[in-house]
Design a protein around this ligand. Sequence first.
Ligand SMILES: NC(=O)c1ccc[n+]([C@@H]2O[C@H](COP(=O)([O-])OP(=O)(O)OC[C@H]3O[C@@H](n4cnc5c(N)ncnc54)[C@H](OP(=O)(O)O)[C@@H]3O)[C@@H](O)[C@H]2O)c1
Length: 333
Amino acid sequence: MEKVKKLNWGIMGAGVIAKRMANALNKTPQNHLYGIASKTPSRAKIFADENGVDQTYSYQELVTSKAIDVVYVATTHNFHFENAKLALENGKHVLIEKPFTVNANEARELVRIARKKKLFLMEAMWVRFLPAQKTLKKMLKNQEIGEIKECNITFGGIVSPKYETRLKDPNLAGGVTLDMGIYPISFICNVLGEIPVEIKSMTRFSDLGVDEIANYMFRFPSGCLVNICTSFNLHMIDKAIIYGSKGYIEYPQFQVGQRFTVSQHNGTNEIVNKSEVHEPCHDNGFVYQVEEVFRCINEGRLESEIISLDETVKIMEVMDKMRNEWGFKYPFE
Ligand SMILES: NC(=O)c1ccc[n+]([C@@H]2O[C@H](COP(=O)([O-])OP(=O)(O)OC[C@H]3O[C@@H](n4cnc5c(N)ncnc54)[C@H](OP(=O)(O)O)[C@@H]3O)[C@@H](O)[C@H]2O)c1
């Protein structure tokens, strides 16, 4: 791939998250938001006017436009596969909102197409690129709290009206695991640098038949045990606590928080050292993932080492396995 000076982006789906991405693209000089595509032309027009986008398109026009280098898929989960496939087959680099796809079969197929066509592809797991998560990962690797043994994460909230339909509708591949549970799963895989080898889970279904509360228990190859509780209709305290042989790290507002504390003990229950780490972050955290996409494409890389395609597929497999155990399939699967 040739070095690029600037990337022209097109967004598929003129919804809620697309606005945040538009804002991030407008803040990174090497990236330019050129096109917005919507199934509803009037939506695309309003979006373009509000976000300073040059051109409105249908999906087909967007992926065949010579002006577009990268397509950001910002539609509901059920459409990710077909939208990303369309873009890849038309020679565009692709960034897909989380979850990458609805299941691992779809994920593997997209990876196959991207590799065959030598195009860049990435899941928009933006929190991995935030300074605090990067520092946390480094500190764990440096054994600041010794050998990592255990982690508890709670992550949930009462879904806001703007996300409610999408989260609760099985036809849009709603449910807490694909929408929210994916964050703590991806977080722990990232900071440990491993994929769980043993997986146990339970869920409670909503009236509309999607998972609304879910608990996951993982064992990682290193031996680390992890408990995750997540829900889209309980006000939960977003927090990760990671326990090592020499202490623990508490990470409130887990993932997006800029601060976490490191407590070290002396081999007993006495804490001998407690410090706070503060990693300030851009007011729109999407900027970091946009910069990563630019960096990769500019350097001729087809994927990011921070979230590799193999890892994305493996995480989809973890979620498939749990849904399988619950007997939970989406109507279109
Ligand atoms: N990274 C984050 O922090 C974050 C936060 C929220 C959401 N997300 C992810 O971003 C993606 C989009 O979420 P969102 O909240 O932006 O979704 P949204 O606003 O509800 O919808 C996004 C787009 O999907 C299409 N769509 C929505 N509902 C549809 C329906 N009933 N039938 C047909 N098409 C429909 C529309 O595309 P058209 O405009 O083409 O019609 C819409 O503009 C999801 O993957 C979600 O998980 C990420």
